[in-house]
Ligand binder design. Structure first.
Ligand code: PMP
Length: 344
């Protein structure tokens, strides 16, 4: 924010400094105090704005980017949107290689932000020249003055959170935070935030959130790659089928897995109870917090910060669609007939 005038120079000035909001209802039966760091308040509606601006400005400092350069990444998700946003303001071209599973709505959104989108076949191996990884690598090789963000294997991903999200949480809680609960995909958020907070107070506990079908929890516990852990699941953005070097497993204390179904219902409940309209992984983070509470992780002095990665508007065709919920079988079970609120 520009000093004194109250006017921002451009939209990028508004990245970060997201609010910390107390949960009042959804955690009312738990012992402890619970707050959400709601990253949907970023201008690109997710915490990925932080890594986009950090990585791009670092590349500028290193002289890798000049006006008119090209930024390349492989994602149809939040990171793609954030890179496109930063590219517009800074005058870079943005190329996103996405796989053909990405919805038309997502591709339109990226195009609306000026990105050139390459749609690559989803069902080919990662090393196939048509895969979105290989297409991105080739475009990077062939395009002069281009930078490949490569968020899963880029150390600057965690650095972005070490320098912004972590200090914000520390300051907003006056240094009283005792636990963080965070989803892990690339691992950038949880690793960067945790490293910063543990440097301030080593007693702070970092509680990770993983999906059934993902390798992260098992790898954290055993440091072995057990491919039996890997199978398809619905939650997007959390969990992984490979080990990203952007994740620092040493600063994560424990992982908890959540189901697709519980996370989806919990996101809907968060909207209905707290008025927080968030994404699927935010539901996963709240669900994991409830599971951690049940396992006795918190006491009455606990100040627990849940990092909610993004805004709910990107999930209208998924968790906020009754048809989609029904198609997944998430409205079907006897148990839910009593728990599910009517959304019609
Ligand atoms: N939630 C959503 C919606 C995401 O897009 C991501 C990023 N893959 C995450 C959670 C996980 O964050 P990180 O990549 O920083 O681990």
């Amino acid at each position: 924010m520009t000093q004194n005038t109250g006017i921002s120079n451009n939209i990028l000035d508004l990245i970060g400094n997201t609010p910390l909001i107390k949960l009042n209802k959804i955690t009312k039966n738990l012992i402890g105090n619970f707050y959400v760091k709601y990253e949907g308040f970023n201008p690109g509606h997710s915490m990925k704005d932080r890594i986009a601006i950090h990585i791009i400005e670092e590349a500028e400092r290193q002289g890798l980017l000049k006006k008119g350069s090209t930024i390349i990444e492989t994602t149809s998700g939040n990171t793609g949107f954030s890179i496109a946003l930063v590219s517009i303001i800074k005058g870079y071209k943005c190329i996103l290689a996405v796989n053909s599973k990405a919805s038309a709505g997502k591709i339109n959104m990226l195009k609306a932000m000026g990105a050139k989108v390459y749609v690559c076949p989803a069902h080919v191996n990662a090393d196939d020249p048509r895969s979105y990884y290989e297409v991105a690598k080739r475009l990077h090789r062939e395009t002069a003055n281009s930078v490949y963000i490569n968020q899963y294997f880029n150390k600057l991903n965690g650095d972005a959170h070490y320098h912004s999200t972590g200090p914000e949480i520390w300051n907003q809680t006056n240094g009283e935070v005792t636990h963080i609960v965070a989803a892990s995909g690339t691992g950038g958020t949880i690793s960067g935030v945790s490293k910063y907070l543990k440097e301030q107070n080593p007693a702070i506990k970092t509680l990770g959130v993983d999906a059934f079908g993902s390798i992260l929890k098992k790898f954290h516990e055993t440091r072995e790659f057990d491919k039996n852990e890997i199978y398809p699941y619905r939650i997007e953005g959390l969990g992984k089928n490979l080990i990203p070097t952007a994740t620092d497993f040493d600063v994560i204390d424990v992982f908890e897995k959540v189901t697709d179904e519980a996370a989806a219902h919990r996101a809907r409940e968060l909207a209905l109870t707290e008025g927080l309209f968030t994404g699927y992984t935010s539901g996963a983070v709240v669900q994991a917090t409830l599971q951690y509470a049940e396992k006795g992780y918190f006491d009455k002095n606990s100040k627990v910060v849940l990092i909610l990665p993004d805004h709910g508007s990107r999930y209208m065709e998924k968790i906020y669609s009754d048809d989609w919920m029904r198609d997944q079988g998430f409205f079907d079970t006897q148990k839910q007939a009593h728990e599910v609120v009517e959304y019609i």
